[in-house]
Design a protein around this ligand. Structure first.
Ligand code: KIV
Ligand code: ZN
Length: 518
């Protein structure tokens, strides 16, 4: 008999919290819908008390999703818990996730509370959460550096007060598989009411052991794993969802557990996170890296041609990497196009489909082969984007080894067209300088990266631009068969995002925003 392990996805909370991974509400909703169709059991949508923006975004996700639980994070106090409930109360399946530290290091240096005080706070806050009709999860932060007997007392009190899931976080990524498994077994043996709750684990990857620790914990008795897509998250990240799911599925001989995840949607979800955050996946990353299924050595290729089993423990198709990602040509119709998008994990509404289809046709006119990755980039451009104060209408560049790089741009600012020209040290520099003449900005360029989305000299270029202004960091993206145009688009997209963040900050008056990181 295969037992179910629940997947609790915290890409939108712990993942989004790490530098450069910030998403806007529209992007978060798109990611949440994708996670729902991926088949995760619980989505931690955010930390509602952290800001008005976080609250609204959790609420919107809670109101939209029907097939998974939606959780809001709360510290162990009444204000946080009430705010989390307000955000998730319209969810089909709401969850309040409250946490407090249990290690002496945190109690002494950060919280300045005694063990008894923390026990009392645990009891009161879980009771507060349990008065709402929601599932209640309790996390003992820094559990792996806590005294085991004290940790067991806290967990017992939390269950007694109404927690239905108790989470054991390795907050600082300190533990190792044997030790973590022993801790889970200890909890099972020493918390008398443990059978009334699901044991969850939440691991960070500081020593590169987050996935190994999570799997060891499952073997020892945990039945919920908290993780993020691509393993994004604080510092070295969190447990990578795709790795946990594929370990359990590939090694059925060792594990009698499975998840509800539709593994074929893993790769499209990973791509979505990369596109939204601009955080690229390292090429050799397990499951979703571009090299994960690329066989370079002659001996391996020879073996694969004879039988895939020789060097492939799972197929690329099983994680949603299309066999041939070549998609449709310029004669393809809307129907086939829509179907392809659905297979890729993007069920678009009619209006969105029209926009994307128009761009696809234009691209197919310029480029012989259009790939899934090209289409995804168009979706990111047309569907998942912030409101546009600035829009590039025209860009012309003169460059070459005998020319002074010169760019002329025309940009619509709030509907009014402006034109300027600029010189630079290269065509990209000239383009950015011309744009800056129209859009006055004090932002600092932190990073500029160009990738070819697919192979071939006619490939679309995908450009990521990271800008910073007054403590806000945003990532702009642009794609085009012309990398200079893609650079201009990415820069303008980043400026639109900064504008959006500024506006949101003006309306966002929450007093606790600066305390956002649990
Ligand atoms: O790492 C951690 O301890 C957390 C908790 C809030 C669960 O993210
Ligand atoms: Zn965490």
């Amino acid at each position: 008999m295969t037992e179910r392990v629940a997947i609790f996805d915290t890409t939108l909370r712990d993942g989004e919290q790490s530098p450069g991974n910030t998403m806007n509400a529209q992007e978060k909703l798109r990611v949440a819908k994708q996670l729902e169709s991926l088949g995760v059991d619980i989505i931690e949508a955010g930390f509602p008390i952290a800001s008005v923006g976080d609250f609204e975004s959790v609420k919107q996700i809670a109101e939209t999703l029907k097939n998974c639980e939606v959780a809001g994070l709360a510290r162990a106090n009444f204000d946080d818990i009430d705010r989390a409930w307000e955000a998730v109360k319209h969810a089909a399946h709401p969850r309040i996730h409250t946490f407090i530290s249990t290690s002496d290091i945190h109690l002494k240096f950060q919280m300045r509370k005694s063990r008894d005080e923390v026990l009392k706070m645990t009891e009161e806050s879980v009771k507060r959460a349990a008065k709402y009709p929601a599932n209640v999860e309790f996390s003992a932060m820094d559990a792996t550096r806590s005294d085991w007997d004290y940790l067991c007392r806290v967990l017992g009190v939390a269950i007694e007060a109404g927690a239905t899931t108790i989470n054991v976080p390795d907050t600082v990524g300190y533990t190792v598989p044997d030790e973590f498994a022993a801790l889970i077994r200890y909890i099972m043996e020493h918390v008398p009411n443990i059978s009334q709750a699901v044991i969850s684990v939440h691991c960070h990857n500081d020593l590169g052991l987050a996935v190994a620790n999570s799997i060891a914990a499952v073997k020892a008795g945990a039945r919920q794993v908290e993780c993020t897509i691509n393993g994004i998250g604080e510092r070295s990240g969190n447990t990578a969802l795709e790795e946990v799911v594929m370990i359990l599925r590939t090694r059925k001989d060792l594990f009698a557990f499975d998840t509800r995840v539709v593994s074929e949607k893993i790769y499209p979800t990973s791509r979505l996170i990369t596109s939204v955050t601009g955080a690229p996946v390292q090429p050799n990353k397990a499951i979703v890296g571009t090299n994960a299924f690329a066989h370079e050595s002659g001996i391996h290729q020879d073996g694969l041609l004879k039988a895939r089993l020789t060097y492939e423990i799972m197929t690329p198709e099983s994680v949603g990497i299309p066999k041939s990602s070549l998609i449709l040509g310029k004669h393809s119709g809307r129907h086939a196009f829509r179907e392809r998008l659905e297979n890729l994990g993007y069920p678009l509404e009619d209006k969105e489909l029209n926009l994307v289809f128009k761009r696809f046709k234009a691209l197919a006119d310029m480029k012989k082969d259009v790939y899934d990755e090209d289409i995804e980039m168009i979706i990111m451009d047309e569907v998942v984007r912030v409101p546009e104060k600035y829009r590039m209408v025209y860009l012309s560049v003169v460059c070459g080894n005998m020319a002074i790089p010169t760019a002329t741009v025309r940009i619509e600012v709030d509907g009014q067209v402006h034109q300027e020209a600029g010189f630079g040290d290269g065509p990209v520099d000239a383009t950015l300088k011309a744009i800056q003449k129209i859009i006055k900005t004090n932002s600092k360029l932190l990073q500029f990266a160009v990738n070819a989305i697919t192979g071939g000299t006619d490939a679309q270029g995908e450009v990521f631009v990271k800008l910073q202004e007054k403590g806000s960091t945003v990532i702009g993206k642009g794609a085009d068969t012309d990398v200079i145009v893609a650079s201009g688009k990415a820069y303008i997209n980043a400026l639109n995002k900064l504008e959006f963040v500024k506006k949101r900050k003006d309306t966002d008056k929450s007093p606790v925003k600066s305390e956002k990181s649990p």
